[in-house]
Design a protein around this ligand. Structure first.
Ligand SMILES: Nc1ncnc2c1ncn2[C@@H]1O[C@H](COP(=O)(O)OP(=O)(O)O)[C@@H](O)[C@H]1O
Ligand SMILES: [Mg+2]
Length: 258
């Protein structure tokens, strides 16, 4: 066996009223990989991300991070443990500057009290400076440092997507969950996004779980792919294995909607 998985989901079942969104789903994510989760709309991909972050409570099953069971831990505790996600819809604070948006991602590491912030103590100012420098570094990483002082609402759609990534990596995640980051991007932007996600893995050492419909992107950058179908595991393998899997080909890869 290879190294212990960074993330292990076992037997995860999630119900919303009468709908079973996930049924006995398993997922292992090896450290340092990009692992993609694909499947048609309604397959349960976003729900799985919710079960990993703690926003969705499974009826049964277990989630472990680095071998530690986190099933009972609330979302904020998992975020502190290094699980960070982006959302399917843009979540940019349009009335704040680009830099301020990224600084909100630093909070996992900021060490001062609300009172210290109110009184602007030396410790608060020091931490604030550190956070600002870190946020600038992340903006440079995604190529938005020139726009640091611009209102975030002025950015083009593709730049706002990159801004979300900058904010996510400002938290120095161990595990970064991306929910359809290429949605709404053109081909050139999607290629740039793929290169950026790779650099997040290679240069920052972040393990990535990617939910994505763009098959070119998924097949290009994934180390491993898990296919969900109606809330169930359908297949697991490398891009080559998934592309050749007759069941997957029959169910999805011929489908333009995927
Ligand atoms: N909060 C919710 N309340 C009720 N049903 C939900 C909720 N979230 C998701 N579902 C249902 O669970 C199933 C899986 O949804 P989702 O995880 O969003 O799929 P995907 O991201 O793969 O498109 C769908 O049938 C969806 O309608
Ligand atoms: Mg979804």
């Amino acid at each position: 066996m290879s190294a212990e998985p960074l993330l292990r989901c076992q037997g995860v079942t999630v119900r919303f009223g009468g709908v079973t969104a996930l049924a006995d789903v398993a997922l292992d994510v090896r450290p340092g990989t990009i692992t993609s989760v694909i499947g048609p709309n309604g397959a349960g991909k976003t729900t799985l991300l919710g079960a990993i972050t703690g926003m969705v409570r499974p009826a049964s099953g277990a989630v472990a991070l680095s071998g530690r069971d986190i099933t009972a831990r609330p979302a904020h505790a998992r975020a502190r443990a290094g699980i960070v996600r982006t959302f399917q819809n843009l979540e940019v604070f349009t009335n704040m500057t680009v830099l301020e948006n990224v600084m909100t991602g630093c909070h996992r590491h900021v060490r001062y009290s609300a009172l210290a912030a109110l009184l602007r103590t030396p410790r608060y100012r020091r931490e604030e400076q550190r956070c600002r420098a870190h946020a600038m570094d992340r903006l440079a990483f995604v190529g938005l440092d020139d726009l640091a002082q611009a209102p975030a609402g002025d950015l083009a759609f593709g730049q706002q997507r990159a801004l979300e990534l900058a904010r996510a990596i400002a938290a120095d995640p161990a595990l970064l969950l991306l929910d359809e980051p290429a949605a709404g991007l053109n081909m050139a932007e999607t290629r740039a996004l793929g290169a950026l996600i790779r650099r997040i893995r290679d240069d920052l050492g972040v393990t990535v779980v990617l939910v994505e419909h763009d098959m070119d992107l998924v097949m290009t950058i994934s180390d491993e792919i898990m296919v969900l179908n109606h809330g169930c595991n359908l297949a697991l393998g490398t891009p080559q294995q998934i592309q050749k899997n007759p069941e997957v080909v029959r169910a999805y890869l011929g489908d333009d909607d995927l």
